[in-house]
Write a protein that binds this ligand. Sequence first.
Ligand code: ADP
Ligand code: MG
Length: 382
Amino acid sequence: MTPVAPGAWLGLLGGGQLGRMFSMAAQSMGYRVVVVDPGGESPAGSVADDHLQADYLDEGALGELARRCSAVTTEFENVPADALRRLADHCTVSPGHQGVAVAQDRIREKRFLVEAGLGTAPFAVIEHESELARIDESLLPGILKIARLGYDGKGQVSVTSREGVLQAFRDMGSKPCVLEKRLKLDLEVSVVVARGFDGATTTFPVAENQHANGILDVSIVPARIPAALAQEARAKAVRVAEALDYRGVLCVEFFVVDGGRLLANEIAPRPHNSGHYSIDACFSSQFEQQARIMCRQPLGDTALNCPVVMVNLLGDLWRDGEPDWSQVLRHPRAKLHLYGKREARPGRKMGHFTVLADSVEEALATATAIKSALSPTPRPAS
Ligand code: ADP
Ligand code: MG
């Protein structure tokens, strides 16, 4: 297959911020982007060259994509795998539906990770209430995670007893779940890996991730872990991409436990929030890699130009109105990214900023200062 040259139309399923940043990267290389998203106004739809407002399985929209585009990608984890399968009859689709289907289902994902030889937290699959009686007590206290459609800590309940598991299972609609032992984490890290149609891979530097309320809050790069552990994480991410015969960009989240043991947590079949730093701090961003892969162009260089810290901007910051962005912009090495979402809700990802510096400590100190300057003042206790 010949590469898709700049000027061509690229199709994108999903209109969120990942699609917005993908569109911008692809457009800067001269590609034109058409987005399919059911919403009227979306972060990606508002920057793309065209927006088809339709459901992901809409015959007309999929037909239009297939006619116009030689390559289609997705930015949305839960895009129906069926849409990808149907498009694949007409154009190049990356990632393929098989890899996406594994990552969409925690049960398949966990079993895949075990088979691929990556350690995971101890877990049990619970598909029916009758299986609860056989649950190993050593998994408690644990976290019951719904197998499908969970994200940002949603679809997860902490459980401490067998009765608690039953209650949580029923509360989540008696749908298939994974019960995972709650581990004491030293650290959380992630690796974004890009794999092309020719099987070539590149990994981005390891990000150290801090979460707040189950949502990514801060990514620190390079992660403050020994070089050998970082190397191991990158090699494991490549192993995941290869075992899935994956074409595109994916992210593997890891837990670091017991002072240096890596356990795989989950796979995201797309660019990842913890890889946003690559836009400002790497030669090629995760979104440029996504565009290069779908167009069968060679992969870009993922080397880090300097230490960087990324901070997510959640809707909570808008409590008292639009935040004062001069608090970010007055720093010459801070970069502001807003996703163009009109409505701020608590927990909603509205944007992020990065701080570039000569050391991780310096980047972290500036990022922390900006974060607190942006935060609404706490309301007095009533
Ligand atoms: P999501 O799809 O919401 O990102 P995750 O499985 O990654 O779901 O869980 C979100 C966060 O919850 C993790 O980043 C981690 O901080 C915490 N967490 C999840 N599983 C465990 C576990 N087994 N032990 C300790 N903390 C966990
Ligand atoms: Mg996660």
